[in-house]
Design a protein around this ligand. Structure first.
Ligand SMILES: Cc1cc2nc3c(=O)[nH]c(=O)nc-3n(C[C@H](O)[C@H](O)[C@H](O)COP(=O)(O)O)c2cc1C
Length: 160
């Protein structure tokens, strides 16, 4: 299966998650592209919080898409109990997913199921097929064994 792994990360935790899923996909014989969502301009903490609280997105450096992959993997942090503005911008840019499979992983100090649900809703509006989603606690990402196990579980479900 061909997969596109799209992620946003500032301090590197969600990048670790994206890379763990990417590693697992490759290990299981899938082909992957990894794409970092780059905001057009750097965003300070205050702006980050305000944008998140008011459900605003930001301009991205380029037009990103799921490409021709059969599986889209989306990973990003929760900010202010909400979808971060970069992930939000990507979701707004998305075109019809045509029933393709999606993995949606949201990282936070705590697991935010509400944010996962909001992203799933938007993915479904873009005609996503089956969605495998997780709200992860960042503390668990620092445990390599735990992270590898979570990545294995996600990939197994998403590619079944
Ligand atoms: C502006 C901002 C707001 C945040 N708000 C929350 C929050 O409401 N709940 C939570 O569990 N984590 C929150 N976090 C923690 C992030 O989700 C955590 O730093 C992130 O998942 C690690 O991301 P990164 O290392 O990939 O950048 C916030 C972080 C930032 C920078």
């Amino acid at each position: 299966m061909k997969a596109t792994v799209v992620y946003f990360s500032v301090s590197g935790k969600n990048e670790q998650v994206a890379k763990a899923i990417d590693r697992e996909l490759k290990e299981k014989g899938h082909t992957t592209d990894v794409v970092y969502l780059q905001p057009k301009r750097p965003m300070g903490v205050i702006k980050a919080v305000i944008n998140s609280v008011f459900s605003r997105s930001v301009e991205l450096a380029e037009q990103y898409s799921a490409g021709d992959a059969e599986l889209l993997v989306l990973v990003g942090p929760v900010w202010a109990s909400s979808v971060n503005p970069v992930t939000r911008a990507f979701l707004a840019q998305l075109t019809d997913l045509g029933g393709r499979r999606v993995v949606n992983v949201v990282g936070g100090f705590n697991p935010h199921v509400n944010v996962v649900r909001e992203i799933n809703k938007q993915l479904k509006a873009h005609k996503a097929g089956p969605i495998v989603s997780r709200a992860l606690r960042m503390r668990d990402v620092d445990n390599p064994d735990k992270m590898a196990a979570v990545a294995a579980e996600i990939v197994a479900e998403a590619t079944a």
